[in-house]
Write a protein that binds this ligand. Sequence first.
Ligand code: F6P
Length: 188
Amino acid sequence: PRPILLTRHGESRDNVRGRIGGDSVLSDTGEIYMKKLANFVEKRLKSERTASIWTSTLQRTILTASPIVGFPKIQWRALDEINAGVCDGMTYEEIKKNMPEEYESRKKDKLRYRYPRGESYLDVIQRLEPVIIELERQRAPVVVISHQAVLRALYAYFADRPLKEIPHIEVTTRQIEIGVSLLISCCG
Ligand code: F6P
């Protein structure tokens, strides 16, 4: 079977500060993950000459991929994190305090809630369609380094999870025992 490896970027400085969105670099913990991931990928895919590494266009995924050598890298805007619109750069506490109606609407229906001037999970799922088509078309392994909301949607697609679960699937930046923070799924 051909592996599709899905992983979140290493922890970013905004993750540490609890700020959503943005385009920050990695924290020290994120840099450790970045190195572990490179070792893991190089070992796991060393006999797979045609494998490729897909990232978003945001620094934290590009940096996470940077020590992985020997494979082509492709950046996809469609793999960028959910656009939090006017809430970009805020913490959840700040949203709760300054925009309580927005906070409550999201809590009520996280799947359909669209950030003002931003996106909803349903929007993200829709824009991932070309990525999914291309992932299925590939014959070689692919390592996808992306973001929490995007990975929830991709994972749900490959693991056949129901739509309503998507915004709540756990995706961590900290699980480093096996070197990847989400999963390895296999397609035929
Ligand atoms: O906090 C990190 C992050 O990737 C944010 O940039 C993004 O808005 C958020 O996770 C998505 O997760 P949730 O939908 O649970 O807020």
